[in-house]
Design a protein around this ligand. Structure first.
Ligand code: DOR
Ligand code: ZN
Length: 423
């Protein structure tokens, strides 16, 4: 099957170029001013941009076990609507993805029902209880791309060292959710003025920073690859900077919400501003934006964390942590940071495509001849209103409900097949 994308601005090496693109047999076959081949399908992009399909290395698809929040079908449809063509599924499912049978379950479901490619992240410890190393070597033979206890954090440094040594043996990257439980306590939002004003208990930045410092030291000693999930404070970034300067294989990601929101968003007690790590101060947010701009941050990841209305519509203290992210990631960042000239469009696109691919050594992330045609077509001049009705995720827990933002995903294409089309 041959498809030609016409009337488009194609993102090539960081620049938009008015060209046409031919997809032949699932792959990008030609990029030229005019393509003369006969095609089975022509997509008129209407002057919109063609970007590499986005890649999210941190998502919670909730399948198996919590399919009232999300499942592989709804989660990947939601991802395709956001322009994604590949997502990595975190293992905090029920049961926890800590063995090869669970890994294969996700792979099979994704093959059958997935609108995007799904790569599996296996648990770091059995049942993610932080007590015993998981069967990560077997899971690696089954195709996992990393291990993590995300949502939880191994508190015991001795066990963490063993996990890192074991992972290093099999060259498996370890993704950490840095949180010292004693320091975080029963905190609900970031410690600071807003916590004081609202009477909500605070989670200090230190709860994140001490674990990052610890795990950088442990990973160095173990010779392991360490990736830090959802980094959120200036001091955490400083620790990563020092580790990178010493040449250690340490990488980090930031979420869209930590780039555009602060703890001020929690003042109205909206439980869709409650997540881990919590929204931080303006100075922390600015540090994250600067680190994105100067390349210290390795990629943007959504931490798409669906929770049902009945779970979120509770007193703030009792609501679960997390917000959905696939459908708003590009739009919110384009609207708030690119349009306002805080970051370049290429910084946003690269941090959603080729840079996350590099962190976990995943396929895709660039538009070039010969690669699988994983693409998203986005109209930067249109706008999108996020409503409960048009969100494709099963869950609607986002602080951006009913907001209109610049840009609209028109199509998402995986291996040459349209996986999402704007109606
Ligand atoms: O807010 C969060 N929600 N942070 C996490 O680390 C886990 C996630 C979830 O699974 O709900
Ligand atoms: Zn996490």
């Amino acid at each position: 099957m041959k498809t030609i994308i016409k009337n488009a601005l194609i993102y090539l090496d960081g620049k938009l170029e008015r060209k046409e693109l031919l997809i032949d047999n699932k792959r990008i076959a030609q990029i030229a001013d005019t393509i003369f081949d006969k095609a089975d399908q022509i997509i008129d992009a209407g002057g919109a941009c063609v970007f590499p399909g986005f890649i999210d290395i941190h998502a919670h698809l909730r399948d198996p076990g919590q399919t009232h929040k999300e499942d592989i079908k709804s989660g990947t449809q939601s991802a395709a609507k956001g322009g994604y063509t590949l997502v990595c599924a975190m293992p905090n499912t029920d049961p926890v993805t800590d063995n090869i049978a669970s890994v294969e379950y996700i792979q099979l479901r994704a093959k059958e029902y997935g609108s995007v490619r799904v790569y599996v992240i296996g648990a770091l410890t059995k049942h993610s209880l932080g007590e015993e190393i998981s069967e990560m070597a077997t899971m690696k033979s089954g195709g996992i791309v990393a291990v993590s206890d995300d949502g939880k954090c191994v508190q015991n440094a001795r066990l963490m060292l063993s996990c890192l040594r074991y992972a290093a043996n099999f060259d498996i990257p370890v993704i950490i959710h840095p949180e010292d439980y004693a320091l975080a306590g029963k905190g609900q939002i970031s410690a600071g003025k807003v916590a004081t004003r609202t009477g909500l208990s605070g989670i200090p930045g230190l709860a994140e920073e001490v674990i990052i410092a610890r795990d950088i030291m442990l990973a160095e000693s173990a010779g392991a690859k360490l990736h830090i999930a959802h980094i959120s404070t200036a001091r955490s970034l400083q620790l990563v900077r020092e580790a990178k300067e010493r040449g250690l294989p340490v990488t980090c990601e930031v979420t869209p919400h930590h780039l555009v929101l602060t703890d001020e968003a929690c003042l109205n007690f909206d439980t869709n501003t409650k997540m881990k790590p919590p929204l931080r101060s303006e100075s922390d947010r600015l540090a994250c934006v600067q680190a994105l701009n100067d390349g210290l941050i390795d990629c943007i990841a959504t931490d798409h964390a669906p929770h049902a209305d009945f779970e979120k519509e509770r007193e703030f203290d009792h609501a679960p942590f997390g917000i959905i992210g696939f459908e708003t990631a590009f739009g919110i960042l384009y609207d708030r940071l690119v349009k306002t000239k805080v970051i370049e469009l290429s910084t946003l696109v690269d941090n959603l495509s080729k840079k996350p691919a590099k962190v976990l050594n995943l396929p895709g992330g660039e538009i070039k001849i010969g690669v699988k045609a994983d693409l998203t077509i986005i109209d930067l001049n249109a706008s999108t209103t996020y409503t409960k009705e048009n969100i494709l995720s099963k869950s609607k827990n986002t602080p951006w409900i009913d907001q209109t933002i610049a840009s609209k995903v028109m199509y998402t294409i995986k291996s040459g097949i349209i996986t999402y089309k704007d109606q």
